[in-house]
Design a protein around this ligand. Structure first.
Ligand SMILES: Nc1ncnc2c1ncn2[C@@H]1O[C@H](COP(=O)(O)OP(=O)(O)O)[C@@H](O)[C@H]1O
Ligand SMILES: *[C@@H]1O[C@H](CO)[C@@H](O)[C@H](O)[C@H]1NC(C)=O
Ligand SMILES: *[C@@H]1O[C@H](CO)[C@@H](O)[C@H](O)[C@H]1NC(C)=O
Ligand SMILES: *[C@@H]1O[C@H](CO)[C@@H](O)[C@H](O)[C@H]1NC(C)=O
Length: 318
């Protein structure tokens, strides 16, 4: 099947994850020998798109790869995931985004991220993909690309009546009001919430007050804070701007072995359920997204841990 139209548009990022496994992290100036190497596709935007596509969503990514071997192999991988790649540009200005990850046997890691080509995704690229926006139901974006590009995407989506989800990740200290105003769902994890509101978020009460603070910053509809093994908090306003009763959604209790990418899996699932089950109450959409994400934490890796529809229980889809 060749996709022509997408229900979900991800305006996002790509990173090639190069992971070296060593017994101890190197000290300054030290050269040491690792015992394993892995090269995988990553980046928050692409991770989210891959989750949605594996659940069966017609998904497009708007993004920028380098005109290099990592970029070309990333493009092939996305095609295999059945993701619409027509709006992905190749740039010669910078190399494909890269995350150099060193993991020691204890599980501790150190990471260097170079956004590279992701920094060259422009407002013009968004405007050139206007066609795909007009046909989509959901736009999902992240902050691993230039902020003004994200803002252009949010504005265009709002203009065209496309439902917007902003995952304000990675964590930033401040964000212009428009990012909040233009997002139908504003979603962050605890660390990202802490950075934005400059207060700790370590328990249910603090999460609830953080959600209210994020609403005060300009969110009009829904604030969603993911809480790791504790699930997620949803705070919504109705059409008259009155707050609805906040909902703490529990995640299934599972044995987690690798939680990297859990948030991306959650967001990809959220976009999928919103696009394909638009009549569900949002708390059901969030509950089912937590169930999909809880599956990913039981497997190793990032994209390798994201489930396909056939691996999930049927009752998730009714
Ligand atoms: N240990 C866990 N057990 C079950 N579900 C989990 C676990 N960790 C994460 N999840 C699921 O993944 C979602 C996102 O996880 P979280 O850690 O908040 O995001 P991030 O990956 O951004 O840190 C949670 O809302 C939850 O549904
Ligand atoms: C990519 O690089 C090749 C040469 O390696 C060149 O022919 C091509 O025009 C480049 N494409 C872009 C989009 O820069
Ligand atoms: C939240 O996501 C950031 C990346 O944006 C990550 O560094 C951090 O560990 C996550 N926090 C939690 C509590 O999972
Ligand atoms: C909004 O307010 C109007 C007028 O007060 C009322 O008729 C309507 O039912 C309210 N809608 C909601 C969703 O509460």
């Amino acid at each position: 099947m060749v996709l022509q139209e997408a229900q979900i548009v991800v305006l996002g990022s790509f990173m090639t994850d190069v992971v070296s496994y060593v017994s101890n992290l190197p000290r300054m100036g030290e050269t040491l020998c690792g015992h394993k190497l892995a090269i995988c596709c990553g980046g928050k935007g692409a991770n989210q798109a891959v989750t949605a596509a594996r659940l069966g969503a017609a998904t497009a990514i708007i993004g920028k790869l380098g005109n290099d071997s990592f970029g070309k192999s990333y493009l092939d991988a996305l095609k295999k995931e059945n993701i619409l790649t027509d709006f992905i540009g190749l740039t010669s200005e910078a190399l494909t985004g890269l995350a150099q990850i060193i993991v020691e046997d204890s599980g501790q890691n150190s990471i260097v991220i170079v956004p590279g080509a992701n920094n060259y995704l422009t407002t013009e690229d968004v405007m050139n993909s206007r066609d795909t926006f007009t046909k989509a139901k959901i736009m999902l974006s992240v902050l691993e690309i230039p902020r003004e590009t994200v803002l252009s995407g949010l504005k265009l989506a709002n203009e065209l009546g496309v439902f917007t989800i902003l995952n304000a990740a990675p964590a930033v200290e401040d964000l212009e009001k428009n990012f909040y105003i233009l997002s139908d769902i504003f979603c962050v994890n605890e660390t990202e919430a802490e950075m934005l509101i400059k207060q700790p978020v370590t328990n249910h009460d603090e999460a609830l007050s953080a959600a209210h603070r994020l609403m005060e910053k300009g969110c009009k509809k829904h604030v969603l804070i993911t809480l790791g093994k504790n699930g997620a908090l949803l705070l919504s306003r109705d059409d008259n701007n009155s707050f609805l009763e906040p909902v703490f959604v529990k995640a299934p209790e599972v044995k987690a072995i690798d939680t990297t990418g859990a948030g991306d899996c959650f967001l990809g699932a959220l976009a999928y359920f919103l696009a394909y089950y638009p009549d569900w109450p949002l708390c059901k959409t969030v509950t089912n997204s937590c169930r999909v994400a809880s599956l990913s934490v039981q497997r190793a890796g990032t994209q390798t841990s994201f489930p396909y529809k056939h691996e999930l229980e049927n009752d998730l889809f009714v």
